[in-house]
Design a binder for this molecule. Sequence first.
Ligand code: HEC
Ligand code: HEC
Length: 292
Amino acid sequence: MNSPAKIPSDVKAPVVPGILIRVAALVCVLVTATALLGQDKNPFAGDAGAAKLGEFQFRINCAFCHGLGARGGGRGPDLTRARKRDGNSDAEMFTTINQGVPGTAMPPNGTTGQGVGMTEEEVWQVITYIRSVQVKAPPQPAGDAVHGKQLFYGDANCSGCHMVEGKGGRLGPDLTAVGMARATDAIVDSVRNPSRRLAPGLLEATKEFPQEYETVTVVTAKGTEIKGVTMNEDNFSLQMMDASEQIHLFDKVALRSIKKSRTSMMPIYGPALLSDHDLQDIVAYLQSVGGK
Ligand code: HEC
Ligand code: HEC
């Protein structure tokens, strides 16, 4: 690395004002400090003891979303996959864990739980742990993504309510990233039992208690009943989208009634409606899109 602040002693003082020298020196110190922080070698690589300590940290800070054993949970992807979407190297993983992934539920280090971040050492230990549970080769995708796409936009009509890469409906969440953001089992469960765990709203991905896709039925002052999903709500107003994708904004006091329900607007796709085999193909399709 070159050092911009190196001023030869014979330089005439008036040429470079002292403040500039000090700024330059400070920049140099900062650059050095960042370089140390951003060290890209895992000092604990392959160390079983460190992996054990990392597992402990993982349970406290990460399992909530990524599942026990890092195999994925309701809100975070399976981290045992060999191919990582946000970068495969230890250094990239270090950055992901420290800075989070903006626009997703993946939080920066220190912003969840008690708000006490992990030390740099602990982050490396967690990475060592994740490496220790990582499968050796990327598994062959079980389903047929091409057929899955046909079903998604065709017979299964998922696209009636869901968008993938800009194409489809809006009543349900955009599924472009779902194949990367969530574990296979969790996606399957969302299709088989939509109401068991309602998807968090898009706008709220990073809140700890995000607005969910709750179903809401209102009766207006004129007596019209409208059913849809909650988009946004506060004490005074309610924003919702109905089944024909119309967005409504209501003053709560002006409504005759508001009824909330945790029964999803998404139909239950049982095995008679959608076979396990076809569902596997749809999941394969969802996992094949959504790279950045
Ligand atoms: C509130 C939920 C949540 C918590 C807590 C959380 N994550 Fe994540 N994490 C996510 C989501 C969602 C993604 C996917 C981001 C995306 O779509 O790129 C992710 C992505 C990642 C990735 C990148 C995966 C890839 O394929 O590139 C790593 C590595 C990771 N998380 C590690 C951790 C670790 C380690 C912790 C604990 C210190 C943690 N996460 C805590 C939700 C979470
Ligand atoms: C009538 C509209 C509708 C249809 C048709 C529909 N969905 Fe949904 N879907 C929704 C709504 C609304 C939600 C949000 C509430 C919930 O989680 O159930 C949702 C949620 C989901 C989720 C959870 C997303 C997340 O971020 O957690 C997945 C996965 C999903 N749908 C997949 C599918 C697939 C695959 C199909 C086709 C086989 C399908 N949906 C058909 C309306 C629909």
